[in-house]
Design a protein around this ligand. Structure first.
Ligand SMILES: [Zn+2]
Length: 542
């Protein structure tokens, strides 16, 4: 979108509007005359309602409907439509400066042409275009939908996904190069005005960071440090950065122990660039997921450090020992092995004296939930959960015992060796084939963008390729399943059998045996429990 056009539109106070509706050929073939006129009417109504709303929202503008145009039964793949031509004429004669359709497909189904109208022709003619369903509004540059309008024109979410992946890939690449792609740098640093991808020290913030580390080395806890900073009226990071975000009133101007412990753990202060701490479920989701530290992207020595490495390491040890002394005294059977399915952090257990009740809670939710939009509570009655888990483990163990007896009969070692080699070869082959097809699709997509092939050719080619991928993936899945069941059989720890039998013999299992059998238990927000065993029942797939 060019800037001239945006500025021009912002000053336009009177909008001469064309509402445009269309019936597709399919609709015309399938629907009765009555239904068709209903559909056109309906499209007009939605557009009129939209205009009324706009008028209310922008009382100092005038929204005037110049014409309501429609084409029926002419396929959207051709722009040679009677009323559409009228629309073009009206705009060329400067009798209209706004076009509204119910959705993008009303404008046309040939996506190159549609894009061309949205991206080029309308802007060149100073026309604001609105598509209600997809919230595309060329007037509004902040509107994210504009960026994906061409993609919606591909009528397929697939492309939004791919593009989002491409952007993310690009970001990831920069992160791995140690280039800062985030917003505000941490306290003590600012972006280098000569090179926004790197930091330079900001002296006031850096002094505060040094003081925080010094206090921590004096064995003060995060709570104590925040109290000291509050008492000394040390400004909080957002104020130092002149960033007056609307914080909750009670949080305003106050240091929290969370801010302090974030600072104390931040390796940025060693001169490293630390990024990729969060991710999103997918390109549409707004929910942020905090990743475990081993998944962060850290590139060492990218800027001047504020804290000496030896001091930093001492502080980490102190933080750890502090934690150990404050853990609660209850020891629950499943404590430490329940993980959050959504954010992968651990699930804690909270004890309420008043109600004499225990509840699970996602530790990340507990830490940030009320302040930021992270994860959900995962609150379930603990004893109930424990009962369910034990029951489920027992069931699994019984199956295990049953199947071991059966599997003892399948013992041809040589045979299984050969099978494993063959399966591995096949998996490799399948993987290579899939990535080859994916590359081909990318090339076709680029050909399409460059106009080398047209939309119909493109669709046909991609659909074929996608079928190939699905077929290959189903083959791959089967190979992997087979391989898993064979290798699992080989890896069974000899004592596992005994542990399983021990467990079955116990009335109330203890932590030790649970720890030997179970890798982790995943709890999701809808209450589903996934139990991951240290050794999967190796004979399940046989
Ligand atoms: Zn969680």
């Amino acid at each position: 979108m060019n800037i001239m056009y945006d500025n021009l539109l912002r000053t336009v106070k009177i909008l001469y509007i064309i509402i445009y509706a269309r019936l597709s050929k399919e609709e015309k073939d399938k629907q009765s005359t009555e239904e068709q006129s209903q559909s056109i009417k309906h499209q007009f109504e939605i557009c009129r309602e939209y205009i009324e709303e706009e008028q209310k929202e922008y009382p100092d503008c005038s929204f005037i409907i110049v014409e309501e145009l429609y084409d029926d039964g002419i396929s959207g793949t051709t722009f040679d439509r009677a009323d559409f031509n009228k629309l073009v004429k009206l705009i060329e004669n400067k009798q209209a400066n706004m076009v509204i359709t119910k959705d993008l497909s009303r404008l046309g189904r040939d996506h190159i042409e549609t894009d061309n109208y949205i991206e080029k022709w309308f802007p060149e003619h100073n026309v604001r275009y609105v598509s209600i369903l997809e919230s595309v509004d060329t007037y509004d540059t902040d509107n994210v939908s504009n960026d994906i309008a061409p993609l919606i024109n591909w009528s397929n979410d697939q492309f939004a996904k791919t593009t989002s992946k491409k952007i993310r890939k690009e970001f990831k690449k920069m992160m791995h190069q140690g280039k800062w792609v985030g917003g505000e740098p941490p306290l003590g640093y600012i972006q280098n005005p000569k090179d926004k991808y790197h930091f330079i020290i900001e002296p006031i913030g850096a002094e505060i960071v040094k003081r925080i580390f010094k206090l921590a080395l004096e064995e003060k806890t995060s709570e104590e440090i925040s109290d000291i900073l509050i008492a000394d009226k040390v400004p909080i990071p957002t104020i130092i950065k002149g960033n007056k975000r609307d914080l909750n009133v009670e949080l305003k101007d106050l240091w929290s122990s969370y801010t302090i412990s974030d600072i104390l753990r931040n390796k940025t202060y060693l001169g490293h660039m630390v990024q990729g701490k969060t991710t999103k479920l997918n390109y549409k989701s707004k929910k942020i997921i905090y990743l475990p530290e081993e998944d962060w992207i850290v590139v060492k020595n990218m800027h001047e450090p504020i804290i000496k490495e030896s001091d930093f390491n001492s502080v980490q040890l102190l933080i750890k020992s502090n934690k150990n002394t404050t853990t609660n005294t209850h020891d629950y059977l499943l404590k430490g092995i329940i993980k959050c399915k959504e954010c992968h952090h651990s699930i804690g257990i909270q004890h309420f004296n008043k109600r004499n009740n225990n509840y699970t809670i996602c530790s990340y939710y507990r830490k940030y939930g009320s302040k930021k939009e992270v994860c959900t509570a995962h609150r379930f009655q603990y004893e109930e959960l424990e009962k369910l888990v034990i029951k489920s483990i027992k069931k699994e163990c019984m199956q295990f015992v049953d199947s071991t007896n059966f599997a003892d009969k399948l013992k041809d070692k040589e045979q299984s060796k050969q099978l494993i080699t063959d399966l591995k070869l096949n998996i490799d082959k399948s993987n290579r084939k899939i990535s080859k097809i994916e590359k081909q699709i990318d090339t076709i997509y680029e050909d399409k963008l460059n106009g080398v092939i047209d939309d119909e050719q493109y669709k046909r080619m991609v659909i074929n390729k996608q079928d190939d991928i699905i077929f290959e993936k189903s083959k791959l899945e089967q190979y992997q399943k087979d391989l898993e069941s064979i290798t699992a059989k080989k890896n069974v720890e000899p004592n596992y059998n005994k542990k399983v039998k021990d467990f079955l013999a116990m009335k109330k299992p203890n932590k030790k045996i649970i720890g030997k059998l179970i890798e982790k238990i995943e709890l999701s927000e809808d209450g589903t429990i996934d139990i991951h065993y240290k050794v999967q029942n190796p004979y399940k797939n046989i």
